[in-house]
Design a binder for this molecule. Structure first.
Ligand code: ADP
Ligand code: MG
Length: 728
């Protein structure tokens, strides 16, 4: 009888690409399923359109009458797209998105019904919130939470449902999601950055944070996926010996994309484009069966919604093509894991990218200001940056010589480093002479040239400057970018506020504006120097060097998450009105819970797989060997028979050794798990899972993977890496 694995593999061999028909122009498809401003202009009376525009640009509230008009227009438009239901689409702290569908349809009498959707339903909905993580914020008395419309992100239709982006809050007004604090952080950085821009350009009234994410993922055939309980339940292969061929030939990166995969990509891209997601690039990634998708950057809140939407779309469409998408940070040991680079910058309503050098010394000083402030913010808040990317999945990546280390530092390239060094050394204290000023202007004027020549690309830095933006490279592939973007924009807002206060104080003391800015930048360059690192972030030398510099290296999630409770950071979030201490504490608690749950599931599946899949297969093979050996002894007699069966006997004993060791390690893990489960406190439990339970995973796996190599291929129950990673 063939194993499930063999049957699954047969399915894979029989697959053919499922191309979709699409002959239209892609440009005409763009945003087709989005209730964006252009559509609103068509569907809304002009005063309602104006209020909506205001609400989108400046976050102003819509009054009830306007909300009714918008709701009605939204419904009419959605019905033309075939929608029958609507949902508030939100981002609970599980990391996924959530929705609760309600019908437009409403019976109004015997045999009579209307399609109803008014301002109330648009603005607010009450999903039963008690089953979403809340970190103790919602006790049973106030089990209700509600979702509230975010007009700054447009509604869209997927399938037959109108989706309305919303924030998710408890009945007492505390945030239970990622979107609300993100919007607050974006507001904070907007205000702080506008203030600083005033030194350079009085016309700036709004600054948007921009985000361009790059999503990495793996594809695996659905049949093979279904034959691997670990992939199904945890998103990663808990067992599996590396294939003979991995990524060592470096033939996958930018190689040609297999046809079945192209068909899948094309379909999800078309869907994404209709939803207004500007996906433009796609390519293979480093590991076999690993790919990347990156749209053009957008305003941060919108970009993040789009990322979540895309992850969702990818998963849905993959199934149609008999694939499963793996968004886990490390689905397969031995080949690269997946990240999600967050390219980030700030841009003004006058069309200036504040992290791109300008055309003249004045705009370059502005660039330098934002550039150095970012570096300083990274220096001040490194632990927070580490905390916001921490997860059980990302622990497998960070510091594993394929992804940035767990040490936060920033790379800016040698030319900009030289420039900062020059400012540090050569800007004179006190009043500057006209000659000083001319020289400085000359130096600062050189920046655009520097950037043109700048070909430095350091792929080993967690936070690299890449010419006109910073790239936060340590974010995990399955993460909601908001976690990183809340931190980054909040810390930047605080930094810019501090900077403004310090420069103003200098001006008050008699320095000219330019002098004050330069002196302040000089001071910051000096103080934050240790956070800059230009070398190889993957090397062991960096770990030692970072330790000398006093930079933290939190190797696992429980330790990284401590920063959320640090007084300094609690004050930061509170001062900027992004998260209250209570909200922050709840978040930390949820993160610890999530970590425990992830590891708990992995530990259980590991137990199941060894016990119910691997051990039975091994025993079957042992029996085969035993039968063979005793058969040989029957034929040749004891002495000669054993001689003839030497290879089998050797194999049998090696199998027994690994089997016993695997079983022993699994038993110890099980015992530790039971102890850990007794702990009430999520924080303590997370440490127990990390230090007492997880440490046995490698040992169990080591022996299981050895057994995979030893026993009959026909009997091995789990699809092998070579099948999952190289079948198309
Ligand atoms: P890679 O990192 O793979 O080499 P790039 O450096 O070309 O690729 O990164 C391009 C990414 O940076 C894209 O997702 C793009 O949208 C984004 N990006 C470019 N400019 C900005 C900006 N001003 N703000 C945010 N993201 C940006
Ligand atoms: Mg990148």
């Amino acid at each position: 009888m063939a194993t499930k694995r063999m049957q699954a593999y047969q399915d894979v061999l029989n697959r053919t690409p499922k191309h979709i028909d699409f002959d239209g122009k892609v440009s005409e498809l763009f945003g087709k399923n989005v209730f964006h401003l252009e559509v609103m202009r068509e569907y809304l009376p002009s005063d309602a359109y104006k209020s909506m525009n205001e609400a989108i640009q400046n976050g102003t509230r819509l009054d009830r009458k306007m909300a009714d008009q918008v709701a009605s227009a939204m419904k009419d438009w959605a019905i033309t797209k075939g929608a029958t239901h609507y949902t508030h689409w939100f981002q609970p702290l599980t990391g996924a998105t959530a929705e609760k569908h309600d019908a437009f349809f409403k019976p109004v009498g015997p045999g009579r019904a209307i399609e109803r959707f008014d301002g109330d339903l648009l603005v607010q909905q009450e999903p039963d919130a008690s089953s979403f993580p809340n970190g103790g914020i919602r006790n049973t008395f106030e089990a209700r939470g509600y979702t509230a419309w975010d007009p700054s992100s447009p509604a869209f239709v997927i399938g037959k449902t109108l989706c309305i982006p919303t924030i998710f809050i408890s009945y007492t007004g505390e945030s239970l999601d990622y979107k609300m604090p993100l919007l607050k952080a974006l507001h904070a950085v907007d205000q702080a950055a506008v203030e600083v821009c005033q030194y350079f350009d009085k016309n700036v009234t709004k600054v948007n944070a921009t985000l361009g994410w790059e999503q990495e993922y793996f594809l695996v055939d659905q049949a093979l996926f279904n034959a691997r309980p670990d992939l199904m339940m945890t998103g990663r292969a808990l067992f599996g010996h590396a294939a003979a061929k991995g990524q060592q030939l470096e033939d996958h990166y930018f190689g040609s994309i297999p046809e079945r995969v192209t068909a899948f990509m094309r379909e999800f891209e078309m869907e994404a484009i209709a939803l207004g997601i500007p996906v433009t690039t796609r390519h293979n990634e480093v590991a076999p069966n690993q790919f990347e998708c990156a749209p053009i950057f957008e305003e941060c809140n919108l970009a993040n919604d789009h990322n979540l939407l895309l992850m969702d779309l990818m998963e849905k469409i993959a199934r149609k093509h008999d694939f499963r998408v793996l968004l886990h940070e490390k689905p397969f040991a031995g080949v690269n894991g997946s990240g999600k680079h967050n390219n980030w910058s700030l841009s003004t309503d006058t069309g200036v990218n504040l992290l791109a050098p300008g055309k003249n010394p004045k705009s370059n000083l502005q660039f330098l200001t934002f550039f150095v402030n970012t570096i300083y913010a990274i220096y001040e808040n490194a632990d927070l940056l580490r905390a916001c990317i921490a997860s059980a999945g990302n622990d497998h990546r960070l510091g594993a010589n394929e992804a940035p280390p767990a040490i936060i530092s920033t790379f800016i390239g040698s030319q900009l480093s030289n420039l900062l060094d020059e400012i540090e050394k050569n800007v004179k204290a006190g009043k500057m002479t006209p000659e000083d000023k001319t020289e400085l202007k000359l130096n600062i004027g050189k920046i655009p040239q520097i950037m043109l020549d700048n070909t430095d690309r350091n792929r080993t830095s967690p936070f690299a400057f890449t010419g006109n933006k910073f790239e936060f490279r340590a974010v995990g592939s399955s993460a909601n970018c908001s976690s990183a973007m809340i931190v980054l924009n909040t810390m930047m807002a605080q930094q810019l506020k501090n900077f403004k206060a310090q420069v103003d104080a200098r001006i008050e003391k008699g320095e000219s504006k330019d002098e004050a800015i330069l002196h302040q930048l000089q001071k910051m360059i000096k103080e934050s120097k240790k956070i800059r690192f230009e070398g190889n972030g993957y090397g062991d030398e960096w770990v030692k060097e970072a330790e000398k510099r006093g930079l933290n290296n939190f190797k696992d999630t429980p330790r990284a998450l401590e920063a959320w409770g640090d007084k300094k950071f609690v004050k930061l979030f509170n001062d900027l009105n992004v998260l209250t201490p209570r909200e922050l504490e709840a978040r930390q608690e949820i993160e610890y819970e999530n970590y425990v749950l992830k590891l708990q599931i992995e530990a259980r599946i590991m137990g199941d797989l060894t016990q119910n899949h691997i051990i039975p297969a091994v025993i079957e093979y042992q029996n085969k060997l035993i039968k063979n050996i005793s058969g040989l002894v029957d034929v040749y007699g004891d002495k000669e028979g054993k001689k003839a069966a030497a290879a089998q006997i050797d194999l049998l004993s090696r199998i027994s050794i690994h089997l016993n060791k695997m079983k022993d390690a699994a038993d110890v893990m099980l015992k530790e798990r039971k102890v850990a489960n007794q702990l009430e406190n999520a924080h303590k439990k997370a440490y127990a899972y990390c230090d007492k339970v997880k440490i046995h995973f490698d040992e169990i796996r080591y022996h299981a993977d050895k057994l995979e190599l030893l026993i009959d291929d026909e009997l091995w129950p789990l699809p092998k890496f070579r099948e999952m990673l190289f079948t198309r």
